[in-house]
Design a protein around this ligand. Structure first.
Ligand SMILES: Nc1ncnc2c1ncn2[C@@H]1O[C@H](COP(=O)(O)OP(=O)(O)O)[C@@H](O)[C@H]1O
Ligand SMILES: [Mg+2]
Length: 497
């Protein structure tokens, strides 16, 4: 039996489990490719403080085969990293960071390359302009070894910057459903009003213009808060640390841990040696430290690391894309979940106009189109008694609900990053935000109904004026026109809007 024993690369794992990366179904696979490339462009522009100009082009080549071209004006990728970015799974700049950003795992770009290889065999074609050099190359992936294959490299000088990625993918389908690239890009534009995004599908062009020229502040990197760390992770961090003492390791590795605070811990843990090398900590010791950590008071995690879209910007982009009668947006104060992870919730409720019932879910400005039933946002919406806000049935009313969760760590349900886990603290914060916005919407709906009722009554009464004026004129002998005018005046005054 053990003659067959062998080790597998992470690329082989994801080849077998490509659905985990979002590659399942023809429509979803295409949206996933666009999603991975566009989020990378947005992240790169944000990191470099550039207002993003992104173009997504899709050309149908054969029945279920397309060419996808995504271009950005970001900083570009240095020559020596192009292979790793597009040809090696679990490689990137974001995995180890506690920072609000779209990518986390380093399996986006290379996942796309792998999907192209599996469905058409064509490597991705990369043009990267970075710091004065333009590199053109074809990048593939050696799935058995999870290593990049870089070919046909051409290098020239340039004075522009950015990346163009060309992917030829199979087993995909272009359509206009709620899971399509059209919907994905529309929602991406909504959550990124500072970006200009152009979508061209077989010559059909849609432009989402920038709604603001203010670059969002760059999210700051933070350290994990000590209250949110499980023992396993504490131990892992300790093993990798370069600090010589447990004391300095704790101060350097966690948000809000000061030498003062460590002294407090030392008093409560007399038999733990804080001078010891953190690499030598045992599970039992870490367990004891973390128990005592939970018993003392800490400053909450830093919250200035979160960058919401903002009430005014969200208002502008909902207006530009959906043109409803009324929009209410709310950005709440940052909060904490799992004792240590900061997050902020913002919502928009739009009503009337051409709006039909719809929920838009976002995590760190990325639209979540799939798995809505598993998501904390769906759960929060279902727990609200909408009829208290004059909305009888949230599933049919002309109401658009937008919910955005920004966090240094989004608790996704799975590696596919399609839904937010149902954390109590997050659900309750979403509910509070929505109820706050719903109260304002209620006032509007109320007013609208009142106006409607009034105008109905006015219309009904005005219909009788003619007859009434004639009757009164013949009874009283007064001038009919005078009576009619006076009657109309009275009705207008009484039912004026
Ligand atoms: N368009 C781009 N411009 C600049 N850098 C990029 C771009 N796309 C990807 N990268 C770099 O490649 C890395 C790997 O990307 P990806 O595989 O999608 O993983 P992740 O986004 O989760 O880090 C990113 O962390 C980033 O450093
Ligand atoms: Mg990515």
């Amino acid at each position: 039996m053990f003659e067959d024993f062998r080790e597998y690369s992470v690329a082989e794992f994801f080849k077998k489990n490509r659905h985990m990366l979002g590659f399942s179904g023809k429509v979803k696979s295409l949206t996933t490719i666009v999603h991975e490339l566009v989020t990378n462009s947005l992240d790169a522009c944000e990191e470099a403080g550039i207002l993003p100009d992104i173009r997504v082009e899709i050309y149908s080549i054969a029945d279920d085969k397309v060419k996808i071209v995504v271009s950005d004006n970001g900083p570009g990728i240095p020559k020596e990293l192009i292979g790793k970015v597009y040809g090696k799974l679990l490689a990137g700049t974001k995995f180890h960071k506690y920072k609000q950003q779209r990518g986390q795992q380093g399996i986006g770009a290379s996942g796309v390359t792998m999907y192209a290889k599996l469905t058409t065999g064509v490597p991705v074609h990369i043009i990267s302009a970075y710091q004065g050099k333009m590199i053109i190359a074809d990048v593939g992936i050696d799935i058995n070894r999870n290593e990049p294959i870089v070919e046909n490299i051409v290098e020239t000088d340039t004075d522009i910057h950015g990346v163009i990625v060309e992917v030829v993918a199979g087993e995909v389908k272009v359509d206009k459903s709620e899971y399509s690239v059209y919907e994905y890009i529309r929602q991406t534009a909504l959550a990124n009003p500072h970006a200009q995004i152009e979508l061209i599908v077989n010559g059909d062009r849609i432009l989402y213009e920038r709604q603001t020229t203010v670059t969002p502040p760059k999210p700051q990197e933070t350290l994990p808060h000590i209250l949110g760390i499980p023992p396993y992770e504490f131990l892992e961090m300790a093993k990798l640390s370069n600090n010589r003492t447990l004391r300095s390791f704790m101060i350097d590795s966690f948000d809000r841990v000061t030498s003062q605070k460590v002294k407090e811990l030392e008093k409560l843990l007399p038999d733990i040696d804080f001078d010891k090398n953190p690499k030598e900590l045992s599970w039992d010791e870490v367990d004891r430290i973390l128990k005592v950590v939970k018993s003392i008071k800490w400053y909450p995690p830093r919250k200035d690391v979160l960058i919401p879209i903002g009430e005014a910007n969200l208002q502008k982009s909902i207006e530009a894309i959906y043109k409803p009668e009324i929009i209410v947006t709310r950005t709440r104060e940052p909060k904490i979940y799992r004792d240590g992870v900061p997050f902020v919730v913002e919502v928009g409720i739009a009503y009337g106009g051409s709006i039909s019932s719809k929920v838009l879910r976002f995590a760190n400005r990325v639209p979540l189109l799939f798995d809505s039933s598993a998501c904390a946002i769906t759960k929060a919406i279902s727990e609200i008694e909408w009829n208290r806000y004059e909305i009888e049935d949230i599933n049919t009313a002309p109401v658009l609900i937008v919910v955005h969760l920004a966090s240094t760590f989004i608790p996704y349900v799975s590696a596919g990053k399609t839904a937010i886990a149902q954390e109590e603290d997050i659900i309750s914060e979403i509910k509070l935000a929505l109820m706050e916005a719903a109260r304002s919407i209620k006032t509007h709906i109320h007013q609208k109904y009142r106006l409607y009722e009034l105008s109905k009554k006015k219309e009904a009464l005005l219909r009788y004026v003619d007859q009434l004026a004639s009757d009164i004129a013949s009874l009283s002998g007064e001038d009919r026109e005078l009576i009619k005018n006076r009657l109309e005046e009275i009705i207008r005054e009484k039912y004026s809007i």
